[in-house]
Design a binder for this molecule. Sequence first.
Ligand code: IPM
Ligand code: MG
Length: 359
Amino acid sequence: MSSYRITLLAGDGIGPEITAVAQKLLEAVAQKHRFGISFDPQPMGGAAIDVCGEPLPASTLEACRSSDAVLLAAIGGPQYDSQPRQKRPESGLLALRAGMELFANLRPVKIVPALIGASTLREEVISGVDLMVVRELTGGIYFGQPKGRVKTDSGEERGFNTMTYSSSEIDRIARVAFDLAVGRQGRLCSVDKANVLDVSQLWRERVDAMAGDYPAVEVSHLYVDNAAMQLVRNPRQFDVLLTGNLFGDILSDEAAMLTGSIGMLPSASLGSDGPGLFEPVHGSAPDIAGQDKANPLAMVLSAAMMLRVGLGQDAAAASLETAVEQVLASGLRTGDLMAEGCTPVGCGAMGEALLAALN
Ligand code: IPM
Ligand code: MG
């Protein structure tokens, strides 16, 4: 019997509540599909700042690196916003991505039929949307040097960051996107700002060069401003969207809203080998933390993604996803998804309903 060790990073805000739901479901699904699973909870983000004074303690990174997969809920909170950059929860997340060399971030956006009414967009625009954002995660302007803030001679302050990609960084993320496109509808759209940025010109050239290796994949390019518009104008045109760190951050939040709520979107962050990190796209929602109002579904779907992509337990992943579809079809909704005629539930009750659906 296979057995897996999962590092669990509950983090901040609604993190602990949605983690509790995911853990219970993972235990149940492991029993059902006959594999072992154990959890190693570690402090991360603001929760780690509170106990160790830093957002990513070395012991947490080490635990993540030596486990079979990492499941992270959410980090961040207003009480940390005034801290210096290195003492902020977000720096811990960036250090975790860098420390585990997770260069490929996959964010699938698939419309759940029961939630079509929850989107702010019209049904004819969003029905049938099934796309995958492939975001480069350990480079670009998030990590480029030089960066910082300086006082200029004229006494002004100047802040700066550098958007930079090397050809090898572009190639390895492009390869992930091309491989995914082969297993999907065979369409890859690369998003850049090549009409203005040198870094984007290189990006586009490398993607075009790789296209020769994938004759079955139809490659197109969009400038990021146009891509942002096309995503709400006609999202069905997209299959795989390949893009850099900053553009991917922005476009994946936009794409999330096609599904009605950012509370529905899972993600996987992968390196060339080693464990992957699985986390919902949404944040820690401090405004509703601890009130049993959070939507645990993105976290549960991230757990499913972990089972499929990280651990190769496809049937168990499908069980979790089916449970999510069933509770939604039965009309249960957390506040973010509430619609007329549906039954409002809290985070805990949603978890219980998922458990019942699973069994
Ligand atoms: C995300 C988040 C992070 C990012 C923040 C919390 C650092 O927005 O995962 O999309 O910008 O990458
Ligand atoms: Mg983001």
